[in-house]
Design a protein around this ligand. Structure first.
Ligand SMILES: [Zn+2]
Ligand SMILES: [Zn+2]
Length: 377
């Protein structure tokens, strides 16, 4: 898959592979480093050298790349900036560059703030789609950009009110759910769940409670708080690490998102344990699909996950492969049709047995390497 994706931007290498001039192992190595700019010269390396030569040159190339990457990271760090200034019409303009990890924290905070502000506006389980109230809600939903602006304001206000201590990493994203205990355990039960002042559906409350630091405040029928629990994490750090290691991102068929939340297959409010066998990683979108949109997930006795459509039909893990009757005959016929005479010598390198001078090869091939004449010993 990696090689196929890389070849999408490397037409010359793709063609050489298609014409049988480069072996797959050479192409696999070359696509680790080749870019559209360096493709041409790396193609020559592939045609001239043996697979071992190509491997060694690629390894040295990546070393030079890593050194450049270290310099780039330092440069990126220096280039971080945030400019906030007032425009002529009085609006405040925000423009900046953040390092990836700082940006991730900002985006996560924006997403959490948007959810807090606008989750209630989305159609919820108790408002059937298509009713007039539903339509009105959808109509006046602010645009994405407006929601982002409101979210940033909320973040700033929250920071000023609560102080600027980020706390331990796992505690940065805390959700306070006020919930009627019966609702958390059973979405059909009368009662309500409120996220920091916003009424949410029971399904949403369950999703938020699935993986969060939580402070649960129980209310009696009159709305008075009867009990406030200590803050706990629904998924302790050690289990979260193991979960992340096992799942490597969202498990929903065909998703592939690397960012995920822990989902309790049987919810903890229903007595489901926080164990690896009862947990699965789902991205934000598919976590919502499972809790709020009726998709189902279960784990079979052999540990495999099964996903179902809201209708109960099983979701295929991967689409079935096309039927190929005789792969070799088909490939030969295709090659003949394209006028490709591929034989045992098509991929033989032009190498004549001379020694590979790796230092020299890299110094003339790699765009960032210093030339031998510039080298200081
Ligand atoms: Zn969940
Ligand atoms: Zn997903």
């Amino acid at each position: 898959m990696r090689v196929a994706r890389a070849l999408g931007t490397l037409p010359r290498l793709a063609q050489a592979l298609a014409r049988g001039e480069l072996s797959y192992s050479k192409v696999r190595a070359l696509t680790r480093v080749a870019t559209p700019e360096t493709e041409e010269r790396l193609l020559k390396v592939g045609k001239a050298g043996t697979a071992l030569h190509v491997e060694r040159i690629v390894r040295a190339w990546r070393y030079v790349d890593r050194q450049a990457e270290i310099r780039n990271t330092a440069e990126r760090h220096r280039s971080r900036a945030l400019h906030v200034y007032q425009d002529e019409d009085g609006m405040v303009v925000v423009r900046g560059r953040l390092e990836p990890e700082a940006g991730a924290v900002l985006m996560q905070a924006l997403a959490a703030a948007r959810e807090t502000l606008y989750a209630r506006r989305r159609p919820t389980a108790d408002v059937p789609a298509g009713t007039s109230r539903d339509a009105a809600i959808t109509d006046d939903l602010p645009s994405w950009g407006q929601q982002q602006a409101d979210a940033l304001t909320l973040i700033a206000e929250t920071a000023l009110r609560q102080g600027l201590d980020p706390g331990a990493p796992a505690e940065r994203y805390q959700v306070v759910v006020h919930v009627d205990a019966a609702v958390l355990a059973d979405p059909e039960a009368p009662g309500q769940a409120v996220v920091e002042g916003t009424r949410v559906s029971a399904e949403t409350a369950q999703r938020l409670a699935c993986d969060a630091s939580r402070v649960v405040m129980r209310h009696d029928a009159g709305g008075d708080i009867t009990e406030v629990s200590a803050r706990t994490r629904t998924i302790p750090p050690a289990i979260r690490r193991a979960l992340h290691h096992r799942d490597q991102g969202c498990r929903f068929p065909g998703c592939g998102s690397r960012f995920g939340q822990g989902h309790h297959i049987k919810h903890w409010a229903h007595g489901g344990p926080t164990t690896l066998s009862n947990l699965a990683t789902l991205c934000r979108r598919h976590h919502r699909a499972v809790h709020e949109e009726g998709y189902q997930i279960e784990r079979k006795a052999d540990g495999e996950l099964v996903f179902r459509w809201p209708t109960g039909l099983m979701l295929a893990v991967v689409p079935p492969p096309p039927t190929i009757l005789d792969a070799v005959d088909m490939l030969r016929a295709q090659d003949d049709a394209l006028g490709l005479p591929i034989d045992a010598h098509t991929s033989t390198p032009s190498w004549l047995g001379e020694q590979l001078d790796l230092d020299y090869a890299i110094s003339v091939l790699h765009p960032f390497a210093c030339r031998p004449s510039e080298r200081v010993n």
